[in-house]
Design a protein around this ligand. Structure first.
Ligand code: ADP
Ligand code: NA
Length: 332
């Protein structure tokens, strides 16, 4: 009944990093050439749930678009646009604010992590974030959402909202979306702390590899990455309880399109002193072309703005009738 359609997005709240690339973007690029209609968004409305400097936000939105294209998204094949330019996202989010329950939102681990100890001082938007995310997806009746592991809980909430809306109004209107969490690195960890995910919002730039980093920066960050004193194991079980070692092996496997087992059969027994330069060379080889292409694209910002404007128009053609129908179902 539903057209196979992919939706996903990233926040223009800082640099795209290796976690975004391996956990999400690479799957977006792959799905673009499969049977799906593909829609990829810069989610600026999500970014402002925590403070963003207005000038930097605008720059980061364009740079994110450049990062999408440099990573292999093609504006002719995929709809690329900025969330705030398609008002139907915020309009459907309000309906979903009235469908989702407080208890559901309070269980969200990202809310708890990001709000920290001072929940009373967090924005209301940060709390409602997952309802907006459900709207982002369901305003297109998207059937598949490729994301990293950290978004699993939010996607379950999206499914719960679709199911509750359909039940409340006795319709079969919103699809129950499938998460697509695939690859050897669906959760890339910080290079400084194996218990935290690599993130744009980590204050330490040494904790992540940005898609804009040059070869020297990439090599330095990998050289300084936290590890343990033992040699690499030759079997995956040997990585248990060694989160930093496992992270570097996962990254290597994902960048080289190998399984963990294949990587360990080649590097088992090596010390990090030998493995890290191999990983750095591989990361530079894979990421340098992306960073070069990003700077080239950033040289013509008017072109990026044209791509985003065209993408927003195409997105609205799908979103507007779905919002209209939602309003009718609700009685508005
Ligand atoms: P961030 O958390 O760095 O701000 P976003 O929230 O913009 O990143 O996430 C964009 C996409 O990248 C999402 O699909 C998310 O699941 C994925 N992602 C983010 N961080 C990681 C990571 N460390 N490992 C794997 N995927 C990630
Ligand atoms: Na995230």
């Amino acid at each position: 009944q539903f057209t196979p359609r992919v939706f996903s997005g990233a926040q223009p709240s800082g640099n795209l990093h290796l976690g975004n690339y391996l956990g999400a973007l690479r799957n977006w690029v792959r799905m673009q050439s499969e049977e799906f209609e593909t829609i990829y968004c810069m989610v600026d409305l999500h970014a402002i749930t925590v403070w963003q400097n207005p000038t930097e936000l605008q720059h980061a939105t364009r740079e994110l678009c450049a990062g999408y294209i440099a990573s292999g998204l093609n504006p002719e094949k995929s709809i690329l646009f900025n969330q705030s330019q398609v008002p139907e996202h915020a309009q459907l989010a309000w309906i979903f604010n009235c469908v989702a329950r407080m208890g559901w939102m309070q269980r969200m681990t990202q809310w708890k992590d990001k709000a920290g100890k001072n929940q009373q001082n967090a924005s209301l938007g940060l709390f409602a974030y997952p309802a907006l995310m459900a709207a982002d997806i369901l305003i297109y009746h998207a059937t598949h959402v490729p994301v990293g592991e950290d978004q699993k809980q939010h996607l379950e909430l999206t499914r719960d909202i679709a199911i509750k809306f359909n039940n409340d109004f006795g319709v079969d209107f919103f699809p129950v979306t499938e998460p697509v969490i695939e690859g050897a690195a669906t959760r890339v960890m910080s290079l400084r702390d194996g218990s935290k995910k690599m993130s744009k919002s980590d204050p330490s730039d040494m904790s992540r590899i940005n898609l804009t980093d040059d070869a020297e920066a990439i090599a330095k960050k990998i050289r300084k990455a936290k590890t343990d004193p033992d040699a690499l194991p030759s079997e995956a079980e040997g990585l248990e309880d060694r989160p930093e070692a496992r992270n570097l092996v996962n990254i290597y496997a994902a960048l080289n399109d190998q399984t963990i087992e294949q990587v360990l059969s080649e590097v088992g027994g090596k010390q990090f002193g030998e493995f890290k330069p191999m990983l750095a060379d591989l990361a530079v080889a894979k990421l340098a072309p992306i960073s070069t292409e990003m700077s080239r694209l950033m040289g013509d910002q008017a072109e990026i703005d044209r791509i985003l404007a065209r993408g927003a128009e195409r997105a609205r053609e799908i979103a507007a009738p779905i919002l209209q129908k939602t309003y009718e179902i609700v009685g508005m």
